[in-house]
Design a protein around this ligand. Structure first.
Ligand code: IVH
Length: 670
């Protein structure tokens, strides 16, 4: 059916009006019409679109919800990694941060900072292409996240297309999705009425809502967003962070109104005080203030250490502390056998939740803080971290208070406890004989960042081990439907889901597999390094400590653990069984096979099309090294605009110099 021209215009006009009212309402906080009038406009548009379905565009304000539930989230690789922030807990920490900046920049000038609330939600990255929202992703591990586009679209204050015309062709904007306190309370009240599970805090509620496979559920959750930065962008942006934030606002992207530009760290501290006083009156949770160097050129000069920028810091608010008593102390056995003393407390309410356990970390801590059973103690809870006992109040110690003693036998498997002189941690020597260690190893194996076996939660693993249905992670893959269906809180359908999840988990990556083995000290980053270096298992099986130590970031301790792990016959047997069960991965492209392996690049001057970090990332993924200074070993110097002394040095040493155009062509040629 041909849609009359007048109707097309009418729909366009309605969309523009609705978008403009959204902007006035959410960004300017200055609505011009009532909610009822807004609804009328919205209904009008909806009716038109129902009558003439061909009118519907994906970025029409009526098209926020609608997609069907997903089976799983797709992966999204972040072109510019999503980093984390260093924390400051005291005035001294902030002073030191400011001092480090002065030292690195070799300047006495007062630094201008942008102070922003540290929002307690979850970080997301939204990609707009030609002004249209294309993808939205979670932070994930900082390098890859999950595609949550359909869910983010349901958040009314997220523009489906940017306002105006002067935005870059592609831009990634980064911000925090959160659930306002009021919405959280209402949501929980409703859940309680219906006898459903309530959320622990707004942050978990926001995270749970964003990670819903059914966007129609997300649409019912009161989610909001503030933007605080950008990722990849093609095109020029202003030279100050505060100006970028102002620009985001003109495009319809919501920026936190508390944000303030100040000169000097003392003013940052004053802002911290001010916001801390205001904290309880804000409608959303914050856990500190982020200070960012305002000048982007200085940010670039300062760069990054590991995964956090040198130009920003999160100054946290002090954690909330309360008093209670220690009723008992128990020892928990972890994945590597480490015994952790845990205080069972008289329940107390702190930072919005009731707590009845707190960690005492290890025996050294117990002695240092001189904690006894029966003591009145100060307990602290900060954010999502496990509550901890800060101090014992000895003046209240009852006469019958008991000393805390390290058990001589494992409380679970009764094996001997080993406490190496000079080490804080005591361990159960039972290894895989100890059901506690086995359970933890299996839980780790199944966890999201390891083999990602959906549905195989802690309670299920406990039952499987308690009933002797599995002895090692390899046994997971021979579980039968009826074995699973007969467990508590399981039925045929949920059992089948687990079997499907197990099947799905078989196709993995080498890095994930290595991480899931739970080798001591081998976290995700090390697992990735190992995968990259060895490409596959055989090389790793026979690697010596020396070879392992030649890999960057792998030191003597980790390499010892790795060699010991693969020397153990039962570990090799488990690996073999897992492979026989069908676990597989694509062979990793070894660094040596990458096109720029062995080449060293030095970047100088300002690049137009990409930031220095992006250039570095791109080079490194192609196998090249990026160095800070030019030497005879340098393969190429990439010279942007206004290159420094490095260019002269390269010329004097006869090192090849390429400009940005040639550099981009080179990158594009692989
Ligand atoms: S900037 C390179 N600004 O804090 C800078 N982060 O620890 C990266 N966060 O994952 C982040 N409020 O989820 C920035 N105003 C703010 C923030 C903020 C909250 C969170 C964010 C990030 C984490 C970093």
């Amino acid at each position: 059916m041909k849609v009359p021209q007048t109707i097309i215009h009418q729909a366009e006009k309605l969309r523009d009006e609705i978008n403009e009212h959204n902007y006035r309402y959410y960004i300017l906080d200055d609505p011009r019409i009532s909610d009822a009038e807004y609804d009328q406009l919205f209904q009008k548009l909806k009716k038109l679109e129902e009558e003439y379905p061909t009118l519907i565009t994906p970025d029409s304000p009526t098209q926020r919800v609608g997609a069907k539930p997903l089976k799983e989230f797709a992966e999204v690789t972040h072109d510019v990694p999503m980093l984390s922030l260093e924390n400051a807990f005291s005035v001294e920490d902030v002073e030191a941060f400011d001092q480090r900046i002065h030292d690195r920049l070799k300047t006495d000038a007062t630094i201008e900072y942008v102070c922003e609330p540290k929002l307690d939600g979850l970080a997301v990255s939204l990609r707009y292409e030609n002004g249209v929202l294309k993808t939205a992703a979670t932070r994930g591990d900082g390098f890859t996240g999950e595609d949550i586009t359909e869910n983010i679209r349901t958040i009314r204050m997220v523009p489906l297309h940017l306002r105006g015309e002067h935005f870059p062709k592609t831009i990634e904007v980064r911000g925090e999705v959160y659930m306002p306190k009021e919405g959280f309370n209402k949501l929980n009240a409703r859940a309680e009425e219906k006898g459903e599970k309530v959320f622990v805090n707004p942050r978990n509620a926001a995270a749970g809502s964003v990670r819903q496979l059914d966007p129609r559920i997300t649409a019912t959750r009161p989610l909001e967003i503030f933007f605080y930065g950008i990722g990849a962008v093609d095109g020029k942006l202003p030279e100050k962070h505060s100006e970028i934030l102002d620009l985001l606002k003109t495009w319809g992207l919501r920026v936190n109104p508390e944000t303030k530009v100040v000169k000097g760290y003392e003013k940052c501290l004053a802002f911290h005080d001010h916001l801390q006083k205001k904290r309880s009156n804000l409608d959303y949770e914050i856990d500190g203030v982020v200070y960012k160097v305002n000048d982007i050129a200085l940010q670039k000069e300062l760069g990054f250490v590991s995964r956090a920028p040198r130009w920003a810091i999160a100054h946290k608010f002090p954690a909330e502390e309360v008093m209670t008593t220690v009723e008992e102390v128990e020892f928990q056995v972890g994945r590597t056998g480490a015994l952790t003393p845990v205080a069972r407390l008289k329940p107390v309410f702190v930072s919005g939740v009731t707590i009845s356990n707190a960690t005492l970390h290890n025996m050294d801590e117990v002695h240092r803080k001189d904690i006894h059973i029966g003591d009145t103690v100060v307990v602290r809870r900060a954010g999502d971290v496990i509550p901890e006992v800060v101090a014992a109040l000895k003046q209240y110690r009852p006469k019958d208070a008991k000393k805390i003693r390290l058990p001589s036998k494992c409380p679970v498997c009764h094996s001997a406890i080993e406490h190496i002189e000079g080490e804080a941690v005591a361990r159960c020597t039972g290894e895989l004989f100890c059901s506690a260690q086995r359970k933890e190893a299996i839980k780790h194996f199944a966890s999201r960042r390891a083999m990602d076996i959906e549905g195989l939660g802690d309670k299920l693993v406990d039952q499987l081990v308690n009933q002797d249905l599995i002895k090692s992670v390899a046994d997971l893959y021979s579980l039968k439907l009826d074995e699973l269906a007969n467990l508590e809180r399981m039925a045929e359908k949920s059992a089948q889901n687990i079997l499907d999840a197990l099947e799905k988990s078989k196709h993995t990556t080498f890095a994930r597999f290595l991480y899931s083995l739970g080798i001591r000290e081998v976290g995700e980053a090390t697992a990735k390094q190992l995968a990259q270096h060895f490409g596959d298992l055989p090389g790793l099986f026979s690697a010596t400590e020396e070879e392992l130590q030649s890999i960057s970031d792998i030191g003597p301790v980790v390499s010892k653990h790795i060699v010991a792990f693969f020397a153990e016959k039962h570990n090799r047997d488990v690996i073999q069984k897992l492979q026989q069960a069908g676990i597989r991965w694509e062979k990793v492209k070894k660094a040596a096979n990458l096109p720029l392996a062995g080449k060293t690049f030095v970047l100088t001057g300002t690049l137009e099309k990409l930031t220095r970090d992006e250039a570095k990332e791109k080079l490194e993924t192609l196998g090249a090294k990026v160095a800070g200074s030019v030497s005879a070993k340098t393969s190429y110097v990439v010279a942007g605009a206004d290159p420094g002394s490095k260019l002269a040095k390269a010329k004097s040493l006869g090192v090849s110099v390429i400009d940005e155009r040639e550099f981009l062509d080179m990158l594009a040629s692989f």
